[in-house]
Design a protein. Structure first.
Length: 159
């Protein structure tokens, strides 16, 4: 079952590349008592993700933060090393580049994308959300392989 507006974020742990290597953060640490914008991409270094989705948040980070957002998080079913390298290549130093390497948390959200037949494994659907103190207040899930409703412009309208 897919999460919906009003739902509490499921518990889980995500990885990221810290100064000394891979680190982890729980969803409680990430969301409790905070306003967070989270967006998910099917894969780091993939065309739409690298050319449009992540860049929309990098370019609009200051506007998003000015709306009272404590943190902006990009998540993908990749490992922390890939997410760290991708963030560095995209100048995303203000965005937490979070890894859900086994898609465990993505599956808990009900937003996984099965691309096994195409040789790409289980990925995340492309989506964005606003989470207020652990509850989803806005959720934008793309229908199919498009980039229309999950970018920073839509999030700015919703904040």
């Amino acid at each position: 079952m897919t999460v919906k507006v009003g739902d509490t974020i499921p518990s889980g742990t995500l990885g990221f590349l810290g100064a000394d290597g891979p680190e982890s953060i729980t969803t409680d640490e990430l969301f409790n008592g905070k306003k967070v914008v989270l967006f998910a991409v099917p894969g780091a270094f993939t065309p739409t993700c690298s050319e449009a989705h992540l860049p929309s948040f990098v370019a609009n980070y200051d506007k998003i933060a000015a709306k009272g957002v404590d943190r902006v998080v990009c998540i993908s079913v990749n490992d922390p090393f890939v997410m760290g390298a991708w963030g560095k290549s995209q100048n995303a130093e203000n965005i937490l580049m979070a890894a859900d390497g086994s898609a465990t948390w993505t599956k808990a959200l009900g937003l996984e994308l099965d691309l096994i037949e195409r040789g790409l494994g289980v990925r995340s659907q492309r989506f964005s959300m606003i989470v207020d103190n652990g509850k989803i207040s806005h959720l934008n899930v793309e229908e199919g392989p498009v980039f229309e409703v999950s970018g920073a412009d839509k999030i700015l309208e919703q904040l």
